[in-house]
Design a protein around this ligand. Structure first.
Ligand code: URA
Length: 218
């Protein structure tokens, strides 16, 4: 599928097309962008895309004393958000989403991609309590094959999570199709849907290895 076919086929794949998002994604693509700048941009994009992904959070009116009178004013309803980072590249993005909700809980899923099979191998899982009562925002900058995101969301659902959203910066059409086949009910918020996945399961044109570029390990 092409980017446009993806967007017409799935009503809950949200491409965040704000000019700041586009500009920052272009800086990420640039191979000359430094590690420091890359990390900062990923964090900033986490905030911008996280803002879109939380637009529909429920609020409830409470009474608040202003210096002049008592007012009814909205606050977020329910339990604190839970941001779930797919390590290690997700950590940078999670920091950005945390800027929106500094008291959010943070879950960690450790996955690496087996270079031979391209399948995700889980090595770590730590989640806060009451996942079934929280909005869960799973973050990973790159939705390539979709395998890690699918496996992480399988885990969240097995733990009882009901309201799950997924945020990424770049997605391959193949990854979105695989994700949506596995998790039809989970919306995707994405900065760019790129052309394709290559034979090494890199997103093209993409940014290369996002984890390596965030941590300077390339
Ligand atoms: N993971 C990355 O970091 N980059 C890709 O292009 C695909 C998966």
């Amino acid at each position: 599928m092409t980017r446009d076919e993806i967007l017409t086929s799935y009503t809950d794949v949200y491409l965040v097309e704000h000019p700041f998002v586009k500009h920052k994604l272009t800086s990420l693509r640039d191979k000359n962008t430094s590690t420091r700048e890359f990390r900062m941009l990923v964090e900033e994009l986490g905030t911008l895309i996280g803002y879109e992904a939380t637009r529909d959070l429920e609020t409830i009116d409470i009474e608040v004393e202003t210096p002049l009178e008592t007012a009814l004013s909205p606050v977020l309803k329910g339990k604190k958000l839970c941001i779930v980072t797919i390590m290690r590249a997700g950590n940078g993005l999670a920091e950005g989403v945390l800027k929106l909700s500094p008291s959010a809980r943070v879950g960690h899923v450790g996955m690496y991609r087996d270079p031979e099979t391209k399948r995700p191998v889980e090595y770590y899982l730590k989640m806060p309590h009451s996942v079934e009562e929280r909005t869960i925002i799973v973050v990973d900058p790159m939705l390539a094959t979709g395998n890690s995101a699918i496996a992480a969301i399988d885990k969240m659902k097995a733990m009882g999570a009901k309201d799950i959203r997924f945020i990424c910066l770049f997605a391959a059409p193949e990854g979105i199709e695989a994700f949506k086949t596995a998790h039809k009910d989970v919306p995707i918020y994405v900065g760019s849907i790129d052309r394709e996945l290559d034979e090494k399961a890199y997103i093209r044109p993409g940014v290369g290895d996002a984890g390596d570029r965030i941590y300077g390990t390339q």
